[in-house]
Design a protein around this ligand. Structure first.
Ligand SMILES: [Zn+2]
Length: 171
């Protein structure tokens, strides 16, 4: 199954090359790589976001292998009002992330990324909350608690700055 898929991708790639469209050929090249990494003890809907987290870390010279960190996760109904995710850890238990099922089913890709990255910020980067606001009132950090005054501003245009701050608080 897998090899036949790979084969058809290959033929598509050759076809596009013959057609000489550079942009499409570049896009097709990308899917010659594994589309998604797998993560043990992590629900499949989270895999894409976990892989993005590793990739964004790597772009900032930080090597993180989430499969190697004794990390578990689940998507469940979190009873506490307004809580989209949690990270918990103790000395004898694996680090554990919970993502709220209702939040997950209703949220955009970018907002899901925000919450998964926030919880990984706690569980993997050992960051606490940071409530600082910019002059325009927007939050400085993805690690804001959500109960203080700053306004979230995580958009495609601001994403890269927020991720700089996430992986290096000094940014
Ligand atoms: Zn938090």
């Amino acid at each position: 199954m897998k090899s036949s898929l790979r084969l058809s991708v290959f033929f598509l790639f050759v076809f596009l090359l013959l057609n000489g469209c550079k942009k499409e050929a570049t896009e097709i090249t990308d899917i010659n790589f594994p589309i998604t990494k797998t993560y043990q003890n992590i629900p499949e809907p989270l895999w894409d976001y976990f892989e993005r987290f590793e990739n964004e870390a790597l772009e900032r010279d930080l090597i993180i292998d989430l499969n190697n960190l004794n990390l578990t996760a689940e998507i469940v109904e979190i009873v506490a009002e307004g809580v989209a995710g949690t990270c918990s850890y103790g000395s004898h238990t694996p680090k554990h992330i919970q993502i709220d099922q209702t939040f997950w089913s209703q949220s955009s890709d970018l907002f899901k990324e925000f919450v998964v990255f926030h919880e990984l910020g706690h569980c993997v980067l050992f960051r606490g909350h940071r409530e600082d606001a910019n002059q325009d009132g927007t939050c400085v950090s993805l690690m804001r608690s959500g109960i203080e005054d700053c306004q979230d501003n995580y958009r495609l245009a601001t994403r890269s700055n927020y991720l700089d701050e996430l992986f290096d608080e000094m940014n």
